[in-house]
Design a protein around this ligand. Structure first.
Ligand code: MGD
Ligand code: MGD
Ligand code: SF4
Ligand code: MO
Length: 649
């Protein structure tokens, strides 16, 4: 039997066919009908089923007694959690409770999780989007109207040029590479901006090796050059945008000469970049190299260039955010501490929700997950599909917070580093054991079908959430289709229909099916796009640690190490010239430290690394003892790409 599903790993959202024999998944095959992946898969997708059968999967509810975990029944677990949670809410109020997680969960699961929090009276809800692309969502929503990609990756081959800023396609979103190859075959130009000579940078027509976190300077200087040389789309600016004069004034002090000094990119290359993007159509795309360093302003600076050149709302032009996890676009859309899924956090929207939910959510802003973990006095936290003890920076502080809680409930499938801090671990049915929809990085929404029954006593999150809600007297549905229909009523997913999202060959996108948004008007209140001038901030000096991805590993690697892959060692990659001046060589064991902490790592010499920087893969989470938790002021997103470090033999 073949069952259709969507890969549980990255935001490309490849279609897969699960081969099921006697109730067991035996193979994953690429789904040839899928509109984006078109029969391609990367190595992670093809082994995606293995971790379901890992020997150490948590298959029964567990409770911590002393230092040990003991097996309890579902009834005991839900009763005890209810009793403790109720007591905490009575004593400290509902805002002492937080609900965080959900980026590989389905839309329905994150929606219900968020709704449960609000039923209990708290707006402390958030997802992993906080640590990756919330800066993109904030900038895009404000400037264009929708906090998501304006075009699809399938449009890439239609562009004359593709800009990739701070994303490593061949490692992080491998299946998109097919569209970049096609772009190049058709004569389109690839421009890559990254301090590191990545796989995709190696095939670029123009590679800009940029000093970390100086992208804003580059983009502003390019804007000034374009304006000064008449290379902008005046009609587009006049008819479809607001705020140009302010923008022009701010960027007028950014020169290409200074940009060369600050970014380290030769002046001729900066001018070539400006000329390439003055064409039409051009797609501007970016990854964490922008959001986890320059934050919301970094994204604004790049989107300004797309507006200046009139490259939004046209065939082959627009902006693409390379979102990370299988459903992070969807989670980011639905679970936020400062907005409701249906819009602004105010009386009006709260009352609209009441119509559908039967209760009115509070309208006081909640805490982001980063605010919660670094210095809040929350008493109870629910973590679903989240491993912050490993994935968050300055791990020491996170560990201290998790161990200070009166109640920590972890909904996961494995005994993760985070789960070890839990009072209760509730075993989640994994992706192939349940059904529901996920949104990929180009707004495509697809339904995953159930392939097998949950193993052991694992339960789909919708059931776990409904069980807890029922204890508190709320009637939540645990039927994925019912929940899907409900969430459509209170979110920008209202255009979708079930027949279309279950047909993998149909381009079912939100808020409209069209690959290209904004052809006629922008989805802002006034229908115009908005320039947003930003300034390059001052940076702390020193050796800069950058962290990023490797193609065969995935985030905190819980699923990968349970699929027969060895754990990744902690290695730091450094330019040979820097190594010489530090007196270290290939294979040395060193201590890498920041003001937050330190770790032991093995040295690898590499000419792909920019001088003055050192690179480490994030999948060995020891590095997050070193990465500091400095955050973007607006989005509260940690700067995983900028930590000043020292290295000692
Ligand atoms: N194989 C694999 N794929 C994944 C994941 C995984 O763990 N493994 N995780 C998924 C997730 S959650 C996410 S969010 C995505 C992330 O996908 P990407 O956005 O590709 O993430 P990273 O590799 O962390 O960082 C991207 C690049 O930013 C560069 N960079 C660092 N600082 C700067 C800077 O100041 N400016 C510029 N321009 N570039 C800079 C780094 O050198 C790096 O090459 O990947 C998803 N896909
Ligand atoms: N140094 C450094 N750190 C980083 C980053 C970086 O670039 N550098 N990137 C950051 C980014 S972009 C991200 S998104 C985060 C990722 O951080 P996390 O989201 O914390 O990491 P994951 O490894 O994706 O964790 C997912 C968890 O979900 C569990 N799980 C898997 N399937 C299911 C399921 O069906 N149900 C439930 N309930 N649980 C399940 C897994 O066992 C695992 O514990 O890491 C961040 N950390
Ligand atoms: S590219 Fe992403 S979605 Fe596609 S198979 Fe690989 S990990 Fe899965
Ligand atoms: Mo991410």
């Amino acid at each position: 039997m073949m069952i259709k599903s969507i890969c549980p790993f990255c935001g490309v959202g490849c279609g897969i066919d699960l081969e099921v024999e006697e109730g067991k998944i035996v193979r994953v095959l690429p789904d040839r009908t899928h509109v984006v992946s078109k029969g391609h898969l990367c190595g992670k997708g093809s082994i995606a089923f293995k971790s379901l059968y890992a020997e150490d999967r948590v298959l029964y509810p567990l409770k911590k007694e002393g230092e040990k975990f003991v097996r309890i029944s579902w009834k005991e677990a839900i009763d005890e959690i209810y009793f403790k949670l109720n007591k905490i809410i009575k004593e400290y109020g509902p805002f002492s409770v937080g609900f965080y997680g959900g980026c590989q969960n389905t839309l329905e699961e994150v929606y219900s999780f968020m709704k449960l929090a609000r039923a209990l009276g708290t707006n402390n809800v958030d997802s992993c989007a906080r640590v990756c692309h919330d800066p993109s969502a904030i900038a895009l929503k404000e400037m264009l109207g929708v906090g998501a990609s304006s075009t699809s990756v399938v449009q890439i081959p239609k562009a004359k040029a593709l800009v990739i800023a701070g994303e490593s396609t061949t490692e992080s979103h491998p299946v998109i590479s097919q569209y970049i190859v096609e772009l190049k075959r058709k004569g389109g130009k690839l421009i890559v901006i990254d301090p590191r000579l990545t796989g995709i940078a190696k095939i670029a027509d123009l590679y800009l090796q940029i000093s970390p976190s100086t992208d804003i300077y580059l983009f502003n200087a390019v804007a000034n050059y374009l304006i000064s040389n008449g290379l902008i789309d005046e009609n587009f600016i006049e008819q479809r945008t607001e705020g140009f004069e302010d923008y022009k004034r701010v960027i007028s002090k950014y020169s290409v000469d200074d940009a060369e000094k600050i970014t380290g990119i030769p002046k001729e290359k900066i001018i070539e970049f400006a000329k390439l993007i003055s064409q039409k159509p051009v797609i501007f795309s970016w990854g964490l190299g922008l959001t986890q360093s320059s934050g919301v302003n970094g994204v604004r600076a790049l989107v300004n260039l797309a507006l200046l050149t009139g490259n939004i709302g046209i065939e082959g032009g627009g902006v693409i955010v390379y979102r990370g996890q299988a459903n992070v676009q969807g989670s980011g859309d639905l679970i936020k501490p400062n907005v409701f899924p249906n819009g602004k956090m105010d009386e009006l929207h709260a009352l609209q929700l009441k119509e559908v939910w039967g209760f009115k959510p509070p309208i006081q802003q909640g805490k982001t997950v980063t605010e919660a973990l670094y210095g809040s006095n929350l008493k109870a936290v629910f973590l679903m599909n989240f491993n912050p003890a490993k994935s968050f920076p300055n791990r020491k502080v996170v560990e201290k917070f998790l161990s200070s809680l009166d109640l920590l409930v972890v909904i996961d499938s494995f005994m993760t580093e985070t789960a070890k801090f839990a009072h209760y671990i509730l075993p989640a049915a994994m992706w192939a054991e349940k059904e529901g929809s996920v949104t990929s990085l180009d707004r495509l929404v697809k339904w995953r079908f159930k392939a097998i029954d949950p193993l052991g006593e694992a339960k789909p999150e919708l059931e776990i959430i409904a069980d807890i809600a029922r204890k508190f007297g709320f009637n939540f549905s645990s039927d994925p289709k019912e929940v899907f229909n409900e969430l459509k009523e209170v979110s920008s997913y209202s255009n979708l229909n079930f027949g279309e999202i279950t047909d993998y060959s149909f381009p079912s996108r939100y808020p409209q099916n069209d690959e290209v948004l904004y052809r006629e008007k922008f989805l802002t209140e006034d229908g115009k796009a908005h320039f947003h001038p930003v300034e390059q901030p001052k940076l702390s000096k020193g050796m800069i640690l950058i962290t990023g991805r490797e193609v065969t590993h995935y985030n905190t690697d819980e699923l990968i190490v349970r699929s027969g892959f060895p754990e990744i060692p902690l290695e730091i990659f450094i330019n040979p010239e820097d190594a010489t001046s530090l007196g270290i060589k290939e294979g040395d064991e060193v201590e890498i430290s920041s003001e937050c902490g330190s770790a032991k790592a093995r040295v690898k010499l590499s000419n792909e690394i920019m001088k003055g920087t050192v690179f480490a893969y994030m999948h060995n989470a020891e590095i997050n003892y070193v990465v500091c938790n400095e955050m973007d002021e607006e989005a509260k997103t940690p700067k995983f790409k900028y930590t000043v470090v020292s290295i000692m033999k």
